[in-house]
Design a protein around this ligand. Structure first.
Ligand code: CP
Length: 320
């Protein structure tokens, strides 16, 4: 069987997304159990290669792999042999010769996970590449929404902020529309991606317009490290027109949920009331990240089907 990679959500079917989200639902039960450990990935090695900062993605992948019984190895990028002139591909091949089963890669250059996937036997997971995609963030966002509503079909999702540089926005547009949701985006003209007219989305002129009747509002981190100067006059100006603030939720559905992939810059992209208020599911997103990444690891190693089959058999005979 040829190996499976998760490089993005482009071309990933509704059925595959649904399977991963169903898997995450079962994985979440393991997280809630007292033992919090199974042997699904026993004997497998998961290498974490983070060439950009990360808290949520790197630690949740490590936790997910360990809970499933895999060995995890975090490459200390700042002291790895890339610093001595070794190419990224040679580094990845070296880890491949160590019999890596999965490589989880974050890199500032779009396309790096694909380049590595083309050169190694291990399955590769894109943990965020440049301004391309961040598929597991979108999967955990969709899982969090589905947990609330049971379905994503016809739900109205507003994504507001730095769309152009956001790999989260890109993956969410692809994933959510594949699942039948309706996506509206809103950004300053300088932070709107080229070719937006070909995206399967509605473009709103203001954040208020985007928020009307929304079931979910997703804020985005200002990707200052990927921006040129002069994209907007000031942070306070940006917040005024594109920041997520409590007042816009008055225009949305009564039970609208506020989401943000994190890390959050309070007062720049989102205010404290929205971050910590009753509509916020930002902390649930973080919790769900572990379950979703467990499901992705199981899916790529070909163990998810068997796991779900066993779970459904157990459900049939219990409880008496
Ligand atoms: N959302 C996200 O990717 O967070 P980290 O940068 O902390 O991994």
């Amino acid at each position: 069987m040829s190996k499976l990679d998760l490089l993005g959500l482009k071309g990933v079917s509704k059925e595959t997304i649904t399977k991963i989200l169903d898997g995450a639902l079962e994985m979440k039960k393991i997280l809630k159990s007292s033992k919090k450990k199974i042997s699904l990935l026993e004997g497998k090695s998961v290498f974490l290669m983070f060439y950009e900062p990360s808290t949520r993605t790197s630690s949740s992948f490590e936790d997910a792999a360990k809970i499933l019984g895999a060995n995890t190895i975090s490459l200390a990028v700042s002291s790895s042999s890339v610093k001595k002139g070794e190419t990224l591909i040679d580094t990845a091949k070296t880890l491949d010769y160590m019999k890596a089963d999965i490589m989880v890669i974050r890199h500032s250059v779009s396309g790096t996970p694909k380049l590595i996937a083309d050169n190694v036997k291990a399955s590769v997971i894109n943990a965020g590449d440049g301004l391309h995609e961040h598929p597991t963030q979108s999967l955990l966002d969709m899982f969090t929404m589905r947990e609330k509503w049971g379905t994503l079909k016809d739900k109205k999702i507003a994504i507001i902020g730095d769309i152009k540089h956001s790999r989260v926005a890109r993956s969410n547009i692809l994933g959510l529309t594949a699942m039948g949701a309706k996506v509206t985006i809103c950004a300053p003209a300088t932070l709107m991606p080229m070719g937006v007219e070909n995206f399967p989305v509605t473009v709103a002129k203001t954040k208020q317009e985007a928020a009307i009747d929304a079931d979910a509002i997703i804020g985005l981190r200002l990707q200052l490290e990927r921006q040129n100067n002069g994209m907007f006059p000031s942070i306070s100006e940006y917040f005024k027109y594109y920041g997520i603030e409590k007042s816009i939720t008055n225009l949305s559905k009564e039970d609208v949920i506020i989401m943000h992939p994190g890390p959050v810059n309070r007062g720049a992209e989102i205010d404290t009331d929205s971050t910590d208020g009753i509509h916020s599911v930002i902390n649930q997103q973080v919790t769900n990240g572990v379950a979703v990444r467990m499901s992705v690891l199981a899916y790529l190693t070909g163990t998810l089907d068997e796991f779900l089959k066993i779970k459904s058999k157990k459900r049939k005979i219990a409880p008496l």
